[in-house]
Design a protein around this ligand. Structure first.
Ligand code: NCD
Length: 321
């Protein structure tokens, strides 16, 4: 019976006014707090043996992933199912896109089948937002090029809050290929809105062009960049977005910018280590640091990903007409 009590809609739950979740840029700090609160609730629910509920029974969710994914796709799928949603994955490789149908026509066609949600990942910045004009359902951005990946930043924040009392005033170092990372961009927007101090760490060539507008400091050296950090976020080099701009070999990169056990010893003893995955072991992070259960929260981020996506589906469902 305790289980049943836990899955009833929370009467005190605040209202979420957005029809779509396109980016952190469009959210207020109270929107973010609301999502983080509900995520913490679902995190606890997901630790019980019976993790599901039927709050969103009768609704349908289409997942449209035009770029590879392990964590994000699977956790959106699990999240939908745990909320009672009928989840259907679209297979871009075997779809009529291959016969010349445009993305807009594809979205319009799928929308005619009556989904409540479309979760979209696309390689082009702005492509997910552009689909809003062609559908009546709620759209969730699961990553658009190097622009935004809002649910990743939300799950990162929710994970941090399991280890630190508040985001306000926290020192967060985001390290690696910031220029091409939608994870970094969404995190920068979110952490700024929540009052954290952000340090971007890595070579100048991997910093975004709009660095000066982001309200962050930049430190090239990893040793210096993590010295005062409460949270160290490591990022993969987005080789698929680099073009000819190859920086260093994997071995050289690890030497200069990789988080090794020795380097981690320079950080605060209670600094936590994060990585959105997929990891390239011994390139941006050593295997032993990644697997160190006393410092690394990487698998907890994955666990939180399901909870955050359940919360997002629940909150967006308030505005389904
Ligand atoms: C990230 C992505 O796709 O942007 N992965 C994820 O969703 N956890 C990070 C990456 O690909 O490096």
């Amino acid at each position: 019976m305790a289980q049943e009590k836990n899955i009833k809609p929370d009467a005190t739950m605040g209202s979420f006014t957005h029809k779509h979740l396109l980016g952190i840029a469009q959210l207020s700090s109270s929107d973010i707090e609301l999502i983080l609160d509900r995520s913490a609730h679902y995190f606890e629910q997901n630790r019980q043996a019976r993790k599901g509920n039927d709050l969103l029974k009768g609704l349908t969710q289409f997942n449209l992933f035009f770029e590879n994914s392990t964590r994000t796709l699977m956790s959106f799928e699990v999240a939908g199912k745990r909320m009672g949603v009928d989840v259907v994955d679209f297979n871009a490789a075997t779809s009529s896109l291959k016969k010349g149908e445009t993305l807009a026509d594809t979205a319009q066609t799928l929308n005619a089948m009556g989904p409540a949600f479309m979760v979209i990942r696309h390689g082009q910045e702005g492509a997910v937002e552009a689909m809003c004009a062609h559908v009546t359902c709620a759209i969730i951005n699961a990553g658009d090029g190097s622009n935004e990946h809002p649910t990743q930043a939300l799950l990162d924040a929710a994970t941090i809050l399991r280890h630190k009392p508040s985001l306000k005033g926290l020192n967060i170092s985001i390290c690696g290929d910031i220029a091409h990372s939608r994870v970094a961009r969404s995190n920068i927007y979110l952490l700024n809105k929540m009052g954290a101090n952000i340090t971007l760490v890595g070579p100048k060539t991997l910093m975004p062009d709009d660095l000066a507008k982001l309200n962050v400091r930049h430190i090239e050296s990893l040793d210096k960049g993590i010295a005062e950090a409460d949270v160290i976020m490591m990022l993969r080099i987005q080789k698929e977005r680099l073009g000819d701009n190859v920086v260093l070999s994997d071995v050289e990169y690890f030497e200069k910018f990789g988080l090794s056990r020795g380097r981690l010893a320079l950080a605060k003893p209670d600094a936590i280590v994060m990585h959105p995955g997929p990891m390239n072991r011994d390139v941006e992070i050593s295997g032993d640091v990644a697997d160190d259960k006393t410092r690394s929260v990487i698998l907890e981020q994955v666990e939180m990903g399901v909870a955050v996506r359940m919360a997002v589906l629940e909150l967006l469902s308030q505005n389904i007409s």
